[in-house]
Each structure stands twice: as structure tokens, then as C-alpha cells.
Design a protein around this ligand. Structure first.
Ligand SMILES: *Cc1c(COP(=O)(O)O)cnc(C)c1O
Ligand SMILES: [Zn+2]
Length: 368
């Protein structure tokens, strides 16, 4: 079972057993893979590996797993709107990125890769470091100096080598590229295995809703790995005849850094420096920007931008219901407020709770 990578920009096809991380033309790679889930063959397993039928791995190595996924989907209420919150902050390293890292690092392990490089502002660093620790792979993580220290501490605790890079995210990406000359660049924004991991969230949600999908799906977007994973899973379920329509994919960004909005409205993209409290989505140049916009448009979704004050309000409403998420995660709830007049009664709204509040204690302390 060998899948090919293909480059949507130039059409080049590359076998996925080659340790490439992007196309020669510089573009990101996708996988030529459209699996069909047979619901009558689902195992008893209550984790994301329940959907291993639709995961592009040779075979699943149980020694690399944490029993992750199948997170709860619970009712919450914001500004009078009933929503279902998907509790992905309960994943092993505290964010949904574990889904992506699980697949990507599994694939690295399958290829016999012993050392990787990742460039991350925090949660993907934690996720990649956790899975590398489990798989016995050395992780080199490049982080912009000055991000939430809890995240760099967590990644370091797992045994990753942390390289703190002063300057912008772009400087950090450049430093990671330099470091990757000696090992494999497991770049979560480029790597399609990451997306095939994050897509499990929508399979879970569909099954938790009796194989229905919601009318709206709100998620904070930085590189787009959650939104694009959800889109991928929806495409597969549509193709398999499991569902017959797509929810509106609602991409939420901070006003401090909203390249999706800039691009969609024909403005030059924002500057790479941002002071928003939503640090996890401060990605000025998302690699898959055109793909994210296309997914939002195809599903009749929207790009919603929110202010820090709105994020803080939503964060406190979440805490007040017992859900301890980080500020980036609350951006998705903040966006709901702007949409309150547009969502009709009876329409189902799912919001992704992407990251754990314990990672942002000092920031949260200053907000209380
Ligand atoms: C990374 C992250 C996001 C955004 O995910 P992308 O894949 O970058 O779009 C949202 N919330 C949290 C908590 C994150 O860590
Ligand atoms: Zn190419």
C-alpha cells in the first residue's frame, strides 16, 4: 500500500516512501488517496484509530499510540446560541495537533527516520515532541523566542531539542530550514499525513452525531491543519456516501493577523508581527492559504476575524461553563457572536476546542 504525493501547484508525482517534505517547485504536497470507510467494519476501539481503515499507513504500530482521540462532543451555550463543543484540548499533549502529529510521526517511524526538524509556535511542537518521544525519534524544534513558555517547557520535557530563534516567525522558519539540511523536515503545514491525522476529528463528530454533520463548523485557523483536515474527512465521507452535504467551514482569525481575510478581499497580506493573545493562529503566510480559501468557499463558509477583547469575553464564557481552554481556542467562540443573527434556530453548530488552558496560565492570570 504505497501512496503517491502530488503537488497541486505543478502536478509532480512523488512516491510517499521518499523523505521529501515539499515539492521541488516549493509547493506543499497532497496525497493521492481517497479511502472509503466501511461503517460495518469499525472496531470496538474508542480512539482516533477506530478509523484506521481510512488512514494512509502501511500498518499501525500500537507501541506508538496513546489511545488518543474520541474526545467528547458536549453542549455549550454562547450568547444564547446552542453549540456542540468538540473537546480536543483533552488530547495527550493538550491540543488537536496530536491527531496530525500521530500520523506524521507514525509515517516518519515507518520510513526509519531517526531525527526530525519542526518549526512551531507551540502546540505542534508539543505534539510532535510527544510522539517523537514515544517513537524514539530525536526532535529538533525551532520556536520564535518569546512564545508561551509553558509550551516550550512541555516540548523540552519530552526530550526535544529546543532552538529559540529571535525575530519573526519567518526568521524561525528560515532557521528550521537550515537545520533540516541534516535531517527530515517534518513540517506540519506542508505534510499531508498531518492532515490525514487531523481529519479523524470530523469522522468522530459525524459518528457522535449519528452520521450527520453539523450546519456550521467553527475553528481557529493559522496554518489550516484543522480546517483542511476536516475538509478532507468531509470529502471522503461525501465520496463514500456517508453524508450528503458539507457543513459551512468557518475559518476564524484574529484581527491582528488575518491573511485569509486580506487575501479574500484582495489586500496585501498583513505584516508578520502580531501581538494578539491568539498566538496559535498568528501565521502571517499560511503555506496552504489558497487551499483554505477554496475549502471555505466550496462549503459556503466564511472567514471571520475577531478582536482580543472579543476573544477574552468568549474565553471567560467558556471558563464559566467549566471548559478550560487557551485564548487561541476561544477565538472560535468569539466568532459565534458575530454570527448570532445568521444562525437559524435548529441549525447545528460545532465549535472545536483546540487547545488546553493549562498551557496559558500566566496569560490567563493577567486576564482575570
Ligand atoms: C495550531 C492551533 C490552531 C490553529 O490550527 P492550524 O492548524 O494552524 O490552522 C488553533 N488553536 C490552537 C490551540 C492551536 O494550537
Ligand atoms: Zn510542484
Amino acid at each position: 500500500m504505497l501512496f503517491n504525493y502530488f503537488c497541486p501547484a505543478c502536478g509532480k508525482v512523488i512516491p510517499s516512501d521518499k523523505p521529501v517534505w515539499r515539492c521541488e517547485c516549493g509547493g506543499y504536497l497532497d496525497l493521492d488517496y481517497m479511502p472509503v470507510l466501511d461503517r460495518s467494519k469499525l472496531p470496538d476501539e474508542k480512539s482516533m484509530w477506530r478509523y484506521s481503515q481510512v488512514l494512509p499507513l502501511e500498518k499501525i504500530n500500537p507501541d506508538l499510540l496513546f489511545g488518543e482521540g474520541f474526545t467528547p462532543l458536549l453542549p455549550m451555550k454562547f450568547w444564547g446560541i446552542d453549540v456542540l463543543g468538540k473537546l480536543d484540548y483533552l488530547m495527550p499533549s493538550g491540543s488537536f495537533k496530536d491527531r496530525g502529529a500521530a500520523l506524521m510521526i507514525h509515517k516518519c517511524h515507518e520510513m526509519g527516520i531517526k531525527e526530525i526538524v519542526e518549526d512551531s509556535s507551540g502546540n505542534s511542537a508539543c505534539a510532535v515532541a510527544a510522539y517523537c518521544a514515544r517513537a524514539g525519534i530525536k526532535a529538533n524544534i525551532y520556536m520564535p523566542a518569546g512564545n508561551s513558555s509553558a509550551k516550550s517547557i512541555q516540548a523540552r520535557a519530552y526530550g526535544a531539542q529546543i532552538h529559540l530563534i529571535p525575530g519573526s516567525r519567518t526568521d524561525c522558519a528560515d532557521a528550521a530550514l537550515e537545520g533540516a539540511k541534516k535531517s527530515y523536515y517534518a513540517a506540519h503545514a506542508y505534510n499531508p499525513f498531518f492532515l490525514h491525522g487531523t481529519k479523524t476529528v470530523i469522522y468522530e463528530i459525524a459518528e457522535q452525531m449519528n452520521w450527520q454533520v453539523p450546519d456550521y463548523y467553527f475553528t481557529p485557523v493559522g496554518s489550516g491543519s484543522q480546517l483542511l483536515g476536516v475538509y478532507l474527512g468531509l470529502k471522503e465521507m461525501l465520496n463514500a456516501g456517508i453524508i450528503d452535504r458539507m457543513p459551512r467551514l468557518m475559518a476564524v482569525q484574529s484581527n491582528h493577523c488575518a491573511p485569509l481575510k486580506d487575501f479574500a478581499e484582495g489586500r496585501p497580506l498583513c505584516n508578520p508581527v502580531s501581538q494578539s493573545i491568539a498566538e496559535g493562529i498568528a501565521i502571517a503566510r499560511p503555506v496552504r492559504l489558497n487551499q483554505i480559501i477554496a475549502a471555505v468557499r466550496e462549503t459556503g463558509g466564511d472567514i471571520v476575524t475577531v478582536d482580543d477583547t472579543e476573544i477574552v469575553e468568549a474565553l471567560k464564557l467558556s471558563f464559566g461553563q467549566g471548559f478550560y481552554i487557551e485564548p487561541t481556542s476561544a477565538a472560535a467562540f468569539a466568532a459565534l457572536k458575530q454570527y448570532s443573527g445568521k444562525i437559524k434556530t435548529g441549525e447545528k453548530v460545532v465549535v472545536s476546542l483546540t487547545g488546553h488552558g493549562l498551557k496559558a496560565s500566566s496569560k490567563i492570570e493577567s486576564l482575570l
